[in-house]
Write a protein that binds this ligand. Sequence first.
Ligand SMILES: CCCCCCCC/C=C\CCC/C=C/C(=O)SCCNC(=O)CCNC(=O)[C@H](O)C(C)(C)COP(=O)(O)OP(=O)(O)OC[C@H]1O[C@@H](n2cnc3c(N)ncnc32)[C@H](O)[C@@H]1OP(=O)(O)O
Ligand SMILES: Cc1cc2nc3c(=O)[nH]c(=O)nc-3n(C[C@H](O)[C@H](O)[C@H](O)COP(=O)(O)OP(=O)(O)OC[C@H]3O[C@@H](n4cnc5c(N)ncnc54)[C@H](O)[C@@H]3O)c2cc1C
Length: 634
Amino acid sequence: MSKEIYENPDLKKERQNCPFNKEEITHLLDGGKEKTIERKQLENYILSDEQLKDAVPMEYLSHADKYAEELRKACLLMHKLADSPAGQVPTLRALMGAGLGSAVLKEGNPLALHYVMFIPALMGQGTIDQQAKWLEKAYNLNMIGTYAQTELGHGTFLRGLETRATYDPKTQEFILESPSLTAYKWWPGSLGKTANYAVVMAQLYTKGKCEGTHPFMVQLRDEETHEPLPGIVNMWLNPVCISSYIHYGTYVKPTNSKLSYATMVFVRVVVCQDVTTNLRKAVTIATRYSCVRRQSELKPGDREPQVMDYQAQQNKLLPPLAATFAFQLAADHLWNLYHTANNNIEQGDLELLPDLHGLSCALKALCSSEAANFVEVCRQSCGGHGYMSCSNFPRIYGQVTAAETYEGENTVLWLQVARYLVKTRKEQSGGLSVKYLIGEEKGPKTVDTTLEGIVKLYRRAAVGLVDVAIAELDKSGRKGEAPHDAWNHAAVYLIKAAQAHARLFVVESFVDSLKEGKLSAPVRTVLSQLCELFIIYWLLERSGDFFLCSNLTKQDLLLLNSKYVELLAAIRPQAVNLVDSFDLRDEVLNSPLGCWDGNVYQRLFDEAAKSPLNQSNVHESFHKYLKPLLKSNL
Ligand SMILES: CCCCCCCC/C=C\CCC/C=C/C(=O)SCCNC(=O)CCNC(=O)[C@H](O)C(C)(C)COP(=O)(O)OP(=O)(O)OC[C@H]1O[C@@H](n2cnc3c(N)ncnc32)[C@H](O)[C@@H]1OP(=O)(O)O
Ligand SMILES: Cc1cc2nc3c(=O)[nH]c(=O)nc-3n(C[C@H](O)[C@H](O)[C@H](O)COP(=O)(O)OP(=O)(O)OC[C@H]3O[C@@H](n4cnc5c(N)ncnc54)[C@H](O)[C@@H]3O)c2cc1C
């Protein structure tokens, strides 16, 4: 007789009479029905392998054992790559980030940097000959690489990196050296124990002149013994300059010195998708739990309500739910811009490079910071159980907050965005993605609180805040301040302008995608509600920007607040159906709070029982430490 599948009765009720086709949203997020089929096949192929399951929860292993266990599974995954039903590239993409890969490699993938930065650096910066020599070796895993740029003393300021690569014309070799403790490469993933090669960013010196940071291929460890090569600690020999600019002993400047920064741009683009995947996991866990959890008293004398019925809980969870769609659609737009810009750059056309740099900095900073804040709100919305390690919130939060720092610390990236916006506004040229900055934007006299009207307000705020920042810069200039001091003293305004620009891009992506998308009426309705909720939410959160730069009035704000709470109530009934549409398997969520069946309490109990401390009634430490204390009559 088939085993009755348990489904929490509250979740079961939430799923009844869903007014829209969940699979239509699943296909939208996957990029089409075929992609969904491919993803599900791949998930079955990977998650059905018993060798990829953890014998004990990772949190109970030592540091070294965690590393060994993750490396074992990562290597097994690479073996499975060859026979993957989805093909190599889609499989690699799925295994590297917060999605399928995190279901197997819970502490992180020791081989991630090899695929996410080392190979992209070779593809983007290597000459044809260098790619012929190294790409096949890298793809065949005959070498494991990392991307070694950050040093103990420098991560942000690349022009301040201390590692030197001095070209010796006699031997036609580069001598790499770490001249000081602060020059030690620090942070590169896999550098410690896994990688045997690295793309090393170093200051290139030739004929006594520094030509700036360039990428070098360096062998770190013996390919057989894995022992570090001689002198590897503070002296590297025989590196090779990738995309060598040394021709017959003479340095030939690249068409754009920032092309050597291209690998970072790629990762900033993919990080937007990755943090969105993590946010989807957090929202799914918190939403399902909030419909299982019953607590307190809403109506005196009534049964304890589902906590999702509190408006306060809806206010916590529905904006992040809406954000997952907003960030996904914006990340898709950015990915398309990346491909167009990259194809043009390969043809020597660098026109889109500033736009790509500006937008990738903006979205990486916005999506990572907003996702980190939203993940923490999701954790808090689950009370004490959200604090447990097994809830998966600590791990998701750790992964998303890391993205606020790596690949360009967010503040530094915001300032890069501001530099691009000020230049575009002042020069009234370029600015593919910031057309509103070119030419005069006439702000609406009275505020129109329709969707289109609110988007116009976002545009007013974006252009207005750039103008406020420029006015600050000009004011400092008139006081005789040097440009670098004026820039530093306008930083608060510059960052606000950059953030307003990033929000406008996300809002326009969401609205435009709904206009262009071939959606059924029910799906369009629920996504339009989410879109309106999200853009009003952000406006209310940043109302100061809009008061400063538009004719928004107190009455408008009160009207928008009312609209916001109406939308909370309208979307509440579909919250579980919307997160079900993400189609995130329990293994990917990896949380007893978020399982599809809602069997939360039994799963929490089962997880607790796995703790080594729960394998005996009295831990040995009692006899060693506590009992003597109890007897000591202090
Ligand atoms: C495949 C799917 C899987 C998904 C997996 C995702 C999970 C990810 C897993 C692991 C990855 C994480 C591992 C982390 C790796 C790292 O952290 S690598 C190290 C990252 N480090 C940085 O990002 C350093 C940040 N600092 C900088 O980028 C630069 O120092 C700077 C802040 C940009 C300043 O550089 P610089 O001082 O040289 O330049 P400026 O004087 O400020 O500007 C000069 C002009 O250059 C333009 N510029 C700057 N950068 C770029 C660029 N990247 N591209 C194009 N143009 C650039 C700038 O706009 C100025 O132009 P202007 O003169 O016209 O105004
Ligand atoms: C999980 C993780 C993985 C990583 N993986 C890698 C890797 O694989 N390879 C690699 O090379 N690196 C890696 N890094 C390093 C990462 O790229 C750097 O930490 C990052 O670029 C930030 O640089 P920093 O640490 O020097 O911070 P700092 O720049 O020293 O930041 C400290 C403070 O100074 C502020 N600040 C700095 N410059 C300015 C400015 N111009 N204006 C205003 N404020 C400023 C920052 O905003 C910040 O508040 C990783 C980091 C993490 C956390």
